[in-house]
Design a protein around this ligand. Structure first.
Ligand code: ZN
Length: 511
């Protein structure tokens, strides 16, 4: 079983912000999760470096374009290293290997007759770097940029996308989960009710030279989307490398603003190349700022490093996955982040760990006790954790992170109530209750072992620290998750290790 997850390659006309960070953290959590299942996993991210907007941004920065893209690409890479992103491959569309693959594919598609030369006059938005149809405009303006497009008439190369419209509709209809969540699938089916136009895939060098030259006409460079989408193949060493055989088809992860290129252009391109479609297109919503949609001009861009320095890496990762229902928009605010950290992490999980470890040291010298026969409340702990874990293993790969984590936190609440009901501090006063105290402590520690095991993809460092306190460390994940998640994994007689509080509270005065 293999698993290939990709983020979009990020366009280097701007610096990384939390929108990029969210997509990348989600991809990272999925990659880590599938590795823990024991699947051969490959995770790719990178940067998209050609096109008009990059050229403009470089000019605005007063830098030669190659120097500019090197700089911004390195900044993205540094952000992902700071966020503990476990990518296997970082691709750049200016890599010579990528350029070669794009040109090979262009040659092949051209020779097959799916690329033709023609004249096209249309409404062009320079911001979007694409032509619009009248019906796509809002009050005659580009829906994204709110500017009137320019009428442009020029000779270009076109990809016969229209030829694949019926196939694409059929593919979407017969594969209900192929584009998910469903709202985006429906959006594309609605879009495909109108005739699909062919795709202009070249730009005359006389107008814009920063791109991959067409192998069959050196007066033109390749349209940035036709170049960029191919990264998902070139990054696997397609066509010659065995990584392609092993990992294709991919699971793509994108934000909803690039749905159309991924749901329409890319599958028809793959179809024309004679390749199988990607496995899934997973589409998420936006983070809404209190001041509206995040944008440079509004000055409300949140940089991931700033957030991490202030709130902690795992705290931010947890917030991303817990707060946003995948596919829908969510609100971002420091107050919401602080609340999640204090309530979920410091109070619920942090206290459970600190109290359980504290009692194990106070009453049993930091040694895992041997459980006796379970009473009904102990048996309930076991059945609750088993049900929770089964749900988690189903929901997480299905991108229902918020629900998976909510279920895990219900179990944390269950354990906190179990402590109150069992009152170990009372049991400790009664010598005849020693066996009962052993059983209660064991159930708490073993429950925490399951929690640590499942939290590893979400909060890698904190989960490892939890596991270290349980005396297990990395050995907790020596086996695939389904084997790790069997009751009784914690060995009686083994030693625990005290550690500092995992999640310090964020004080109101800090805000
Ligand atoms: Zn536009």
């Amino acid at each position: 079983m293999s698993y290939y997850i990709t983020t979009p390659i990020y366009y280097v006309n701007a610096e990384p912000h939390i929108g990029h960070a969210y997509t990348t953290v989600v991809a990272d959590a999925l990659a880590r999760f599938h590795r823990l299942l024991g699947e051969e996993t490959r995770f790719q991210t990178g940067t998209d470096e050609h096109g008009e907007k990059v050229l403009e941004a470089a000019a605005a920065a007063g830098l030669p374009v190659k120097e500019f893209v090197d700089r911004i690409s390195a900044r993205f890479r540094q952000s992902w290293d700071d966020l503990d992103i476990s990518y296997d491959n970082y691709i750049r569309t200016t890599d010579p290997a990528h350029v070669r693959v794009v040109q090979e594919i262009l040659t092949r598609v051209h020779e097959s007759g799916d690329i033709y030369f023609g004249e096209y006059g249309g409404l062009y938005c320079f911001g979007c770097e694409c032509f619009y149809l009248e019906r796509d405009l809002v009050d005659g303006l580009c829906p994204d940029h709110r500017v009137a497009p320019t009428y442009l008439k020029e000779e270009n190369y076109f990809f016969r996308m229209s030829k694949y419209q019926d196939w694409l509709i059929d593919q979407i209809r017969t594969h209900p989960d192929w584009i998910r969540p469903e709202r985006y699938r429906n959006e594309m089916l609605a879009f495909l009710k109108e005739p699909l136009e062919d795709l202009c895939i070249s730009r005359p060098k006389s107008r814009m030279a920063w791109g991959i030259p067409l192998p069959f006409d050196d007066r033109y460079v390749t349209y940035v989307w036709f170049d960029a989408l191919i990264n998902y193949l070139s990054g696997l060493g397609y066509p010659g490398d065995k990584a392609y055989e092993k990992f294709w088809p991919a699971q793509h992860l994108i934000a909803k603003d690039i749905l159309k290129p991924h749901a329409i252009y890319w599958p028809t391109m793959l179809r024309s190349m004679g390749l199988s479609p990607y496995r899934r297109l997973n589409v998420h919503g936006y983070w809404q700022m209190a001041t509206g949609k995040m944008s440079k001009s509004l000055g409300n861009v949140v940089e991931p490093q700033v957030l991490v320095a202030r709130f902690g890496l795992d705290q931010v990762r947890y917030f991303f996955l817990r707060e946003m229902v995948f596919g829908l928009d969510a609100h971002f605010s420091e107050a919401a982040l602080t609340n999640r950290i204090n309530a979920d992490l410091a109070n619920d999980l942090g206290n459970l760990l600190a109290r359980s470890l504290g009692m194990a040291f106070k009453y049993r010298q930091g040694v895992v006790p041997s459980p006796g026969d379970p009473a009904p409340p102990d048996a309930e702990v076991v059945s609750a954790v088993q049900a929770m874990a089964a749900n988690f293993l189903r929901l997480f790969p299905g991108l229902e992170f918020a629900r998976a984590l909510a279920g895990l936190w219900e179990f944390i609440g269950h354990l906190n109530r179990y402590i109150v009901a069992a009152a170990p501090w009372e049991l400790a006063k009664q010598p005849e209750a020693a066996g009962r105290l052993d059983t209660v402590l064991y159930h708490l520690l073993e429950g925490l072992r399951w929690i640590a095991a499942l939290l590893r993809p979400v909060m890698p460092r904190s989960a490892l620290k939890m596991s270290e306190q349980l005396g297990l460390g990395l050995a907790l994940w020596d086996h695939p998750l389904p084997q790790v998640l069997r009751w009784g994994g914690l060995t009686p007689g083994s030693r625990l290790a005290k550690g500092p509080a995992l999640f310090p509270r964020i004080e109101a005065a800090d805000q």
